[in-house]
Design a protein around this ligand. Structure first.
Ligand code: IPE
Ligand code: IPE
Ligand code: MG
Length: 250
């Protein structure tokens, strides 16, 4: 699988990834789960670099879900420590590669040190323009949808909007993902065939790609494979295949 097989003209603008399988990867080698998480950092680097090199504009990585707070405290602590360390260490690489960092999720849940490091990296990289790397941290799509619904209800209550004005556009605008186009491609590693509360609204018409590769083993070639498969799919958006071919030949 090589990069040359990818049609740059048909690249997804936004790729979203559920980075899964760190624990199983570590366990398979008789190691602690946390070792799997720290080993997954290399894959984050590979995928970010791979996407930036190709010209993908946005990459969202699901790093920690709202539900992940329910894991054993030692694992949660280790993940937060790893996060602080990684953000600190990788800011230079983000600058070098002209990558802007952003985050979606409930930041109020994050430990103070983690939040400070994150905010600092976001601030430092804010003028970078080659690609935006969005970390979904303490994120869940239901959390986002509930918050958006509350905000919209408040606007209606205050008379700023009429219920008739509530449509897809307003909902899009109110979600924390509003700055970015919806992902055309969603990748999940580790063989699990589910969405796990990730971008439920935004993935409505995304192509879903599942691979058995565990996250710490995920490399650029695996990314290329996913993009190639995406490029071979027919995105119909409810239309018929004939309509799509007709549109293409125009
Ligand atoms: C993904 O790997 C990382 C996080 C959810 C933080 P897991 O930790 O879920 O690994 P498995 O699925 O147990 O193997
Ligand atoms: C989804 O993985 C969340 C992240 C990768 C951050 P999980 O491992 O938490 O998902 P489930 O529990 O298997 O659905
Ligand atoms: Mg998992």
């Amino acid at each position: 699988m090589s990069k040359d097989q990818i049609d740059i003209a048909k690249l997804p603008k936004h790729i979203a990834v559920i980075m899964d399988g760190n624990g199983r990867w570590a366990k398979a080698q008789g190691m602690m789960r946390v070792f799997g998480h720290s080993s997954g950092v290399k894959s984050v680097r590979e995928v970010s670099e791979g996407c930036a090199e190709l010209g993908v504009e946005y990459l969202t990585l699901y790093a920690f879900s709202t539900e992940n707070w329910n894991r054993p405290q030692v694992e949660v602590n280790a993940l937060m420590t790893l996060l602080v360390k990684t953000i600190k260490k990788e800011t230079a690489t983000l600058m070098k590669n002209d990558i802007k960092l952003d985050a979606i999720g409930d930041r109020s849940m994050l430990p103070k040190e983690c939040l400070e490091e994150l905010n600092e990296a976001i601030e430092t990289t804010r003028n970078n323009s080659r690609m935006t790397l969005i970390l979904a941290l303490s994120y869940s799509s239901k959390w986002d949808i509930v918050n958006a619904t509350r905000k919209i209800a408040q606007m209606a209550k205050e008379g700023d909007i009429e219920p008739e004005e509530i449509g897809e556009e307003l909902i899009n605008k109110t979600l924390t993902t509003h700055k970015y186009p919806h992902p055309e491609l969603m990748i999940r590693t580790s063989g699990e065939l589910r969405i796990s509360n990730f971008l439920l609204w935004e993935l409505a018409y995304s192509e879903l790609y599942f691979t058995d590769v565990l996250w710490p083993d995920f490399r650029k070639k695996d990314l290329y494979e996913a993009i190639l498969e995406y490029q071979n799919r027919e995105r119909r958006f409810g239309k018929t295949s004939e309509q799509i071919s007709e549109l293409k030949s125009k």
